[in-house]
Design a binder for this molecule. Structure first.
Ligand code: UDP
Ligand code: MG
Length: 316
């Protein structure tokens, strides 16, 4: 079985040499053990880095036939870079992993074993993530719980470290959406799956390419591409507001005609005005989020362009 290890890299010059060496060592030992066939590669995807990343990948590829690389025409974001690498692969299976190797590469042989036993998707699951910041662990935990609540099937604590068989890769290629949330798509594929637990360690060098802004954007894509729950919640909130205003009206009428303490008050006017105004803006905002995505999807724009390819396999 021939495999490709797909590694998206964005400004990873600090960590790349070390990661490449460890991946090459792993590939050697797996080949020696007869687990994977010769011709298995490490495929680096340079996501439009502005540092030395691409030059490093070229050097690595020149020195070792097992290293290949593609360079996207500009920075497209982690999910798109990952997809580009996966679709480029022509191997029998592809394993995706982040360039900082925070996910334990020691889990790869087990993934390959599961694949040989007939699984099409093998999820790497972070049994422990002591290497991540408290903030990241907290927000990630909340995110998986919230997604679960609104009915989006996700494998908890699974990031983008996974093995996909040839068949799964071909199916993934049929999804044409622009707003990518791969871990949601993959769980929709079906087929036989397995999970492999591992401990997530800290980033070895360089800094995280996922600042809060990007984490929020990814989470938003995750929610809006797989669930209409926020739209429904909006309707519910609107309905509640209407109900509340009916009671409010009754109350105001009673004060006016039932008692003689009718204050020439502005409260009953001003409060609902602010409340409903805020509500409306909020609801329009939620609808807008979906509309924006519909807009992007209907354009069917190409998701990425490959600027350059290096390494033996020229892909498809
Ligand atoms: N990455 C990418 N394009 C981007 C941002 C990130 O290809 O625009 C890659 C990055 O090089 C790394 C992976 O995505 O291989 C995950 O990033 P990082 O390790 O910084 O995220 P974290 O582990 O902090 O969530
Ligand atoms: Mg990382």
């Amino acid at each position: 079985m021939r495999i490709d290890i797909v590694v998206p890299c964005y400004n990873e010059e600090a960590v790349l040499p070390d990661s490449a060496r460890r991946l090459i060592d792993l590939l050697s030992s797996m080949t020696a053990a007869g687990q994977v066939a010769g011709g298995s590669r490490i495929l680096f995807v340079d996501d439009g880095s502005c540092d030395d990343t691409w030059r490093l990948i070229r050097t690595l590829a020149a020195a070792d036939p097992r290293v290949a690389g593609i360079r996207l025409s500009r920075n497209m974001g982690h999910q798109v870079a990952l997809l580009a690498g996966l679709l480029e692969s022509r191997a029998d299976a592809a394993i995706s992993i982040d360039a900082d190797l925070q996910d334990n590469i020691g889990a790869m042989p087990t993934m390959v074993e599961h694949c040989r036993a007939g699984c099409d998707i093998v999820y790497g699951v972070r049994a422990k993530r002591d290497g991540d910041t408290v903030f990241k662990r907290l927000t990630a935990g909340l995110f998986y719980r919230a997604m679960n609540r609104i009915g989006v099937a996700l494998v908890p604590h699974h990031g983008d470290f996974r093995l996909l068989s040839r068949r799964a890769l071909d199916c993934l290629a049929e999804y044409r959406e622009t707003n990518l949330f791969l871990r949601g798509l993959v769980t929709q594929l079906g087929f036989r799956t397995a999970t492999v637990d591992y401990e997530r360690s800290a980033r070895r060098a360089g800094e995280s390419k996922y600042p809060l802004r990007r984490m929020l954007a990814l989470a938003l894509d995750g929610v809006t591409s797989f669930s209409a729950a926020p739209l429904r919640a909006t309707t519910a909130v609107g309905a509640l507001a209407v109900l509340a205003s009916v009671f409010m009206t009754a109350w105001v009428l009673w004060i006016r005609f039932g008692t003689d303490s009718a204050v020439p008050g502005w409260a009953s006017t001003v409060i609902p005005m602010y409340f409903l105004g805020g509500m409306q803006l909020l609801c329009i905002g939620v609808v807008g989020e979906y509309l924006a995505r519909v807009y992007l999807e209907v354009k069917h724009r190409p998701r990425y362009f490959i600027d350059e390819r290096i390494g033996q396999g020229q892909g498809g």
